[in-house]
Write a protein that binds this ligand. Structure first.
Ligand SMILES: [Zn+2]
Length: 519
């Protein structure tokens, strides 16, 4: 049997974890040997970008397997996330490999091509994806909370610096605070920006651009307020102001008169689906605008291609269609409960496997230590000379390092699935509500996560080319859902659910403890 190996390491991992390409390669080679595979080619990706499409070696691998698929039986990876951290990409690659009759083997994860193996592999991709999303959401929630409490969460603005108190950072005026005061006083006394710039250079020996000066003049941080996209109103901050409000608003008046455009409404804030909706006629991203009616103005999403026949969509209608679609995506409580139970069971099996593997490696390590001792004894006895000793001892040491890396990886795998699942459950049950109650930034994040390639609306109907993998899992025809209830009896139950583009198979014993699915 022939196999090819794909290994990758990002520059940070290489530096931080000592995960070298060499170590991964050796572990993969060993795995191949253990499983009777002849390795015909090795693809090594160094310091790659996270996006699958940007990885040269992965692209080369795909080209290679398309040309040589008859001579390849398996692709060996060190870990599934080496292939892709994105669930959809990972799944697409798996499907592609399977279509070509090639097995995907992960050295550190016990997957096979059975339904169980597939479930495991998909699950890991989905959890990895959720983990990513949660992290970014948590960051946003954390930031919002901090801002609500009046704390500044970005880089310290000019004139301030951070101090740490009770594990939280707070802004305090810095030495440059006098410069800020001078900028405001000079500006409201009629000095032009370029004059201010010159004086600052002379007096303080600092050079600020005109843009930077304007930025400072417009920033309410100096009157102790925070302006952010998170909230509509200015937030009272806990930091001290540098400028009094009268001075600040005077400066705003002067700036306003110079350029009326500063407070022009921002399109992106009013039209969350802008550039996310596509024109079904010409495939261009739609933009949002206000129509000029006789008495009233109406917001629309519309195509900007000259001569395109696509009729502008009322903003309200488009968003309603979108929300309705999101609602429809939300799986039933029953289905979610089953999914959660399945994940927990799989996780349990995974942990049992890991525990076994850890035990085995610990045993191997013990053996290797004994081997080291024996080699040392052989030197004392005079059987080994120095060269032979060095060679032997190096071999053993290398072996030990490899085992330790694997052990380290296995122990890191123990993540808090419960936490992930709770979030997943909440997320799946409330997608439409989450979207509705989110600010524009998170709305966009959600949209991109669920529909990575955008959406089309035609004849009042929504259509999309790609959906996040997690929804494929739940995308069951509503009328079939009732079949999901486990039948009472002793024989295993098998349920088949036909989804829009995939077949999901759930099977389990009668008490519903184990469920698998395959796509
Ligand atoms: Zn168009």
């Amino acid at each position: 049997m022939n196999a090819i190996i794909y290994i990758r390491v990002s520059t940070t991992e290489q530096a931080e974890l000592g995960y070298s390409l060499k170590a991964q390669e050796e572990i993969c080679l060993e795995y191949a040997k253990r499983n009777n595979y002849e390795v015909t080619k090795i693809f090594k990706e160094k310091g790659e970008s996270a996006k699958t499409s940007n990885r040269t070696e992965l692209q080369n691998l795909l080209k290679y397997i398309k040309q040589n698929n008859k001579n390849i039986d398996a692709i060996i990876v060190y870990k599934l996330d080496r292939l892709s951290r994105d669930a959809y990409d990972s799944l697409s690659l798996r499907i592609l490999f399977e279509g070509l009759g090639i097995k995907l083997k992960s050295v550190t994860e016990p997957f096979d091509n059975s339904a169980f193996g597939k479930f495991n592999a998909n699950l890991f991709s989905i959890l990895a994806q959720l983990d990513n999303d949660i992290r970014s959401e948590r960051t946003i929630i954390g930031m919002k909370q901090a801002v609500k409490e009046g704390r500044w969460v970005w880089q310290a603005p000019f004139g301030y610096e951070f101090i740490e108190r009770d594990n939280k950072s707070y802004l305090v005026p810095s030495k440059e605070k006098d410069v800020v005061v001078k900028i405001f006083t000079d500006f409201i006394n009629g000095k032009k920006q370029f004059e201010i710039i010159e004086e600052l250079k002379k007096i303080y020996n600092i050079s600020l651009s005109k843009q930077k000066i304007n930025h400072i003049l417009k920033n309410p941080v100096y009157i102790g307020k925070i302006k952010t996209n998170f909230f509509k109103d200015l937030i009272d901050s806990v930091h001290k102001s540098i400028i009094d409000e009268i001075t600040f608003y005077k400066a705003q008046d002067i700036l306003d008169n110079k350029s009326k455009r500063i407070y022009k409404s921002d399109k992106t804030k009013e039209f969350p689906l802008r550039k996310f909706l596509y024109c079904p006629k010409c495939n261009k991203k739609l933009t949002g605008s206000w129509s000029k009616g006789r008495n009233k103005k109406y917001p629309y999403y519309h195509c900007t291609t000259k001569g395109c026949k696509y009729k502008p969509l009322k903003k309200e209608n488009a968003e309603k269609i979108f929300i309705d679609y999101l609602k429809q995506l939300e799986p039933s409580k029953e289905l979610i409960t089953k999914f959660v139970r399945a994940v927990k069971n799989i996780k349990k099996e995974q942990e049992e496997y890991e525990a076994k593997r850890i035990k085995k490696i610990n045993g191997d390590l013990l053996e290797l230590e004994k081997k080291k001792n024996r080699i040392e004894e052989l030197v004392i006895e005079g059987t080994f000379d120095k060269t032979r000793f060095n060679k032997k001892i190096n071999e053993v040491e290398e072996e030990i390092v490899k085992k330790r890396i694997e052990l380290d990886d296995l122990q890191k795998e123990i993540v808090d699935t419960d936490d992930l699942l709770k979030y997943g459950e909440h997320f799946l049950k409330n997608i439409s509500k989450l979207w509705l109650s989110s600010d524009i930034e998170y709305k966009r994040k959600l949209q991109d996560m669920i529909f990575p390639e955008g959406i089309y609306i035609e004849d009042e109907k929504l259509r999309t080319t790609k959906k996040a993998t997690i929804f494929k899992v739940f995308e069951v025809k509503k009328d079939k859902e009732s079949n999901l209830a486990p039948r009472v009896g002793l024989e295993p139950t098998t349920l088949r659910l036909t989804a829009e583009c995939s077949t999901i198979e759930l099977s389990g014993n009668s008490d519903g403890t184990i469920w698998y699915y395959s796509i």
